[in-house]
Design a protein around this ligand. Structure first.
Ligand SMILES: [Fe+2]
Length: 297
């Protein structure tokens, strides 16, 4: 079984230092096989914020943890227009990672990270054709028994983000992205961006989405909360590609503790879920199915 910690939207510059320390202590104590961080390391892509993020990652690396990171839209300078267009990810590459297509593979999982942050859009993300080809090419070489996991900052699908379940924008080239994920046989798609935890079968969102399970992380350490959802991160026990347990680890004001805990099982056509703890947050309603619409950007 692979044990994966999935953090997102750390936002140094808009972070709570106590919560940063608590994530670090938790990760070092629990020692996952991989720590995934799906973007938004900083609040405004400033050097001081990147330095804090870099120091945090270095402490995790020094403790022997393996990391896989992708940038978020907040890691591209917003107000520094020259830097935004001339070198949008130079600071990210210097302080976080110079690999914008990170890859992790062990005996059980293969994990690919892709950058969805762009200069031209302030908060929306997109994938280009080369990245979509990479999804196919990298996973095509992976042994069939391994669980294939894709990591992006922006979710590939429109997500329910409002208090009433209002849907977000989907990632740019949404149709192409859905097709690539389906054809590559991606089992799990991890993302962040909306500061809201969520998990659902892709097929419940888009009819032709294939078999993937979509898992969203909340904000791990920032004070930018959506719908008052507390800071949290996800813990995945990936037993096999068709059996995954997702534990949300949430901040309770003084420390992190296990919140919703759900096991997902894939029977060959659908994912079913079984609540492992009786937490109200784990009893999520189904998402209305969307039509596949042509990519507009
Ligand atoms: Fe964010």
């Amino acid at each position: 079984m692979a044990r994966i910690a999935h953090l997102s939207d750390i936002h140094f510059g808009a972070h709570d230092p106590r919560i940063v320390d608590a994530t670090e202590a938790w990760l070092i104590a629990q020692r996952p096989d991989l720590v995934v961080i799906s973007g938004d390391f900083t609040q405004r892509a400033r050097v001081a914020q990147f330095r804090e993020a870099s120091a945090y990652l270095n402490r995790l690396r020094s403790a022997g943890l393996k990391l896989l990171a992708v940038p978020g839209n907040h890691d591209v300078p917003l107000y520094d227009v020259i830097r935004r267009f001339a070198a949008p990810l130079r600071r990210y590459e210097r302080y976080i990672s110079n690999d914008l297509c990170p890859w992790f593979e062990n005996d059980e999982v293969a994990v690919l990270g892709l950058n969805t942050a762009r200069s031209l859009t302030i908060k929306d993300g997109r994938l280009n054709h080369a990245q979509l080809a990479m999804v196919h090419d990298r996973f095509a070489l992976v042994a069939s028994a391994k669980t294939r996991i894709l990591v992006t900052h922006h979710p590939l699908f429109a997500m329910p983000i409002g208090a009433g379940g209002e849907l977000s924008e989907a990632v740019g080239r949404h149709d192409d992205a859905v097709r690539a994920v389906c054809e590559a046989g991606v089992h799990i798609a991890l993302a962040g961006h909306f500061h809201r935890t969520y998990a659902e079968a892709a097929r419940k969102m888009v009819e032709r989405a294939g078999r993937s399970l979509i898992i969203q992380a909340g904000t791990a350490t920032s004070t930018r909360l959506r719908n008052n959802e507390p800071q949290s991160f996800n813990w995945l026990d990936v037993e096999r590609s068709n059996t995954v347990a997702l534990q949300v680890v949430a901040w309770n004001g003084t420390g992190f503790q296990g919140a919703s805990h759900v096991q997902f099982d894939f029977n060959g056509s659908d994912w079913s879920s079984q609540v492992l703890t009786d937490d109200p947050a784990s009893k999520r309603s189904a998402v209305p199915r969307q039509q596949c619409e042509p990519a507009t950007r």
